[in-house]
Design a protein around this ligand. Structure first.
Ligand code: CA
Length: 460
């Protein structure tokens, strides 16, 4: 007899690109646990990160709303508090809904949905080289959105010496650990799942656990040597197998860091395997929905770029693997899943369809997840607004065929890029000038998305 309210374990590393799953046959990377998990899961090949940076992704995941509706129109750091760029306590999040439905809620790892207060600079990571404070303390109460087990921090990139505010610890009492953050957070997740001391969650109640690893995010050199050893003897040119890397100096950073990036990926794979094992050991495998995804990808040299924030597949496509034994048929599907869709879809799968807040922008895709016919979106929105000028920056549309982007601040590059992702899967040839009819159609689709999501771009 299936439980009416399954547990949810939602694991999302930061900057883990879809190509870095071994089962995608793209990057030459070792991910044996994820490959096995993928064979038991629904694997989405077109899950996207609509605004591929940290805080906007997290806010879309939590609220089911697009950035101009949830106010997280950029990353959260010291200067964005006065602009109101942080997750509002009054917004109803997926965790609030689950909490009110009787779930125990756990959050482990990087939160990055709050802006730092005056004390956070002294007790968190402090001022960075860019003159900003990124780390933030989230106090118990409404800013934690129903999460009752807290082992988290705001935004701090010390992977080998992570710190956390644990439970009700006040701002001046973060706890530092001298081990790789992914390993540490997995230890905590395993304890939460096993709940042997019955202190992590209420026994017998369903639970939802969010595990937000920071790696494989930069700094790439902070990775345990045992994983780096697995790639030490590979030449960077062998590892960087995508045809869209420039042959000249444009990929220098990628050549330097690709081994470290893949090492972190393999380390995450190993630790994720421990989370799956804990579910087996606790006898919870069949009663638990497990998701593995990421907030965005990593360019790693493609198109001469590093990191994220762009519509190219290495940045925009994310892993999305979801397993619920006996309920979700294991298969691949090219559903174009946008981040705000995750909240209504998961809540519906959890038997809470009627509790989805009416203001949510995302659409419930649970029918498709369950292997039934359902409403399939034909496009996904891409956005990268400028913090101080929300009508500037970039907007775009991804369909199964096209990746289209308009950059209002383009100076040296083309302001409009159009790639035929079927004919040109590595997005090397801009065909905007030769396909005006496709541009017109995509412009109309973009206008619809902007109107639906409260985006001021069209007022320009
Ligand atoms: Ca991120």
């Amino acid at each position: 007899m299936a439980t009416p309210h399954p547990n949810i374990v939602f694991v999302f590393p930061d900057q883990f690109r879809q190509q870095a799953l071994g089962c995608m046959n793209a990057d030459p990377v070792r991910t044996p646990n994820l490959d096995r998990f993928a064979a038991q899961s629904l694997v989405l090949t077109h899950a996207v990160s609509n605004y591929p940076v940290c805080s906007p992704y997290r806010a879309m995941l939590f609220t089911g709303r697009y950035p101009f509706h949830n106010h997280v129109t950029g990353n959260c750091y010291s200067e964005t508090r006065s602009r109101g760029v942080f997750l509002r306590p009054e917004h109803r999040c997926i965790t609030d809904v689950l909490h009110d439905a009787g779930y125990s809620l756990g959050y482990i790892g990087k939160y990055h949905l709050d802006t730092p207060g005056s004390d956070d600079a002294r007790f968190g990571e402090g001022l960075r080289g860019d003159g900003r404070i990124w780390d933030a303390y989230t106090p118990p109460g409404p800013r934690r959105h129903g999460i009752d087990f807290w082992h988290s921090y705001g935004c701090c990139d010390r992977h080998m010496r992570p710190h956390y505010w644990i439970g009700n610890a006040p701002v001046d009492q973060p706890t530092e650990f001298g081990e790789w953050s992914v390993k540490h957070e997995t230890d905590v997740a395993v304890d939460y799942i096993l709940n042997q001391e019955r202190i992590h969650r209420v026994p017998g109640k369903p639970f939802a656990l969010f595990v937000a690893f920071n790696p494989p995010h930069t700094p790439f050199d902070q990775v345990p040597p045992q994983y780096l050893d697995m790639y030490r003897h590979a030449e960077p040119e062998q590892l960087l197998n995508r045809p869209n890397l420039p042959a000249d100096d444009g990929a220098e950073a990628a050549r330097r860091w690709v081994r470290h990036y893949f090492a972190a990926v393999t380390g995450i794979d190993e630790q994720f395997g421990r989370i799956l094992l804990a579910l087996d050991d606790a006898g919870l495998r069949d009663d638990t929905i497990v998701v593995f995804t990421a907030d965005h990808g990593e360019m790693m040299g493609s198109h001469g770029r590093m990191h994220k924030d762009v519509i190219y597949d290495e940045s925009f496509l994310v892993p999305f693997l979801i397993r619920w034994p006996g309920r979700l048929p294991a298969r691949r599907d090219d559903l174009l899943l946008s981040v705000p869709d995750i909240m209504p879809t998961l809540l519906t799968l959890a038997g809470l369809r009627r509790a989805v807040p009416p203001e949510v922008d995302g659409r419930d895709r649970s029918d498709i997840f369950l292997g039934k016919p359902g409403d399939r979106p034909e496009s996904a929105l891409y956005l990268a607004p400028k913090l101080d000028a929300p009508r500037r920056g970039k907007r775009g549309i991804r369909t199964h065929r096209w990746a289209y982007v308009v950059d209002r601040d383009a100076t040296e590059s083309d302001p409009k890029l159009l790639f035929d992702c079927l004919e040109d899967p590595y997005q090397l040839r801009n065909v905007a000038a030769e396909r005006p009819e496709a541009v017109r159609e995509l412009e109309a689709t973009l206008r619809d998305w902007l109107a639906r999501t409260g985006d001021p771009w069209s007022e320009e």
